[in-house]
Design a protein around this ligand. Sequence first.
Ligand code: 13P
Ligand code: SF4
Length: 367
Amino acid sequence: MYQAPLPVEYTAASEEELRSRILAAKSALGNRLVILGHHYQRDQIIEFADFRGDSYKLAQNARAHPEAQFIVFCGVHFMAESADILTSADQKVILPNMAAGCSMADMAGLFQVRSCWKQLTELGIEGVVPVTYINSAANLKGFVGEHGGIVCTSTNAPGAVEWALEQGEKVLFFPDQHLGRNTGVRLGFDYEVDMVVWDPFKPLGGNSAEDLRRAKFILWKGHCSVHKRFTVEQIERARAEYPGVTVVVHPECPLEVVQAADMNGSTEFILKVVTEAPAGSVWAVGTEINLVKRLAIENPDKTVFCLDPEICPCSTMYRIHPSFLCWVLERLVAGEVVNQVIVPEKTAEWARVALERMLTIGQRVRD
Ligand code: 13P
Ligand code: SF4
């Protein structure tokens, strides 16, 4: 998505000036405004968030505030789209920087998924239920809704996949192969026997017809560039340096990393386990650095560090700079809505079905 450059009064403003202007705009807008902040946002954004959370919790929060005229989503594009789909027509969802996308979400396009579906249909493969990770464009969620599938997040992927397998024979999971594989293994499937990877740039995704017929899981060849960086060697090093350390990683990490870790879960899960851990405990965390640094600051009685010694920020989440937040809020105070994310109703209709299915099976969330 294209983002026009900001007026110089925002780019040249100091951190302190931006802070006081954001506070002033926020107070002028009062309860007409709700600011949502994903856990990967920098501290200078999180301090203004009315609610912070993982993708699942923020989707719930967006829906839980019908009184808010404006929902400013400090996260990435697919999150703002989901919020727009789940809120009423008179509420406006705003993404402070339109260039804040998700490289993983971009790895599956509607045209490619339709082509995959067509190839599976032509092979006579029936009972395929599409499951999309929430990290995907709204039109893919629409495709999933229309074809009897469901959206999942890292919080409820096992429940969503179980649901899908009750509706049909096999799952087409996109765009994150790792979350799909980790979820399948968690549910007791064998990744070598029951799963194939679909490469959208190869005929039949690079598989034989026989393999596709046999597979229980067809995993889209997508990944997160941040979570791909975590390795088993990093875990071994952390254990050697800190005996007694607990390793917790995000399920977007590769299977061998998830299997070598002590636990895995969504960003909200990671926050919860570290926050609730006893004083003196030591945590090696495999997820984005802004969250890990904040956990370390908010838990001074524990040792919390990132598994990856090199810094690993999500570069697109980082595009939500306070200058963009200040700009969108001040425009709202002036009566102008900028950077509104609008999902056309034609797409939103089926996408809403897929998202609502996810929220309905929310109770099946496993720990
Ligand atoms: P969570 O839903 O766990 O916050 O994950 C979102 C995400 O994009 C992780 O990379
Ligand atoms: Fe996307 Fe990875 Fe960033 Fe999450 S961390 S928003 S999956 S690029």
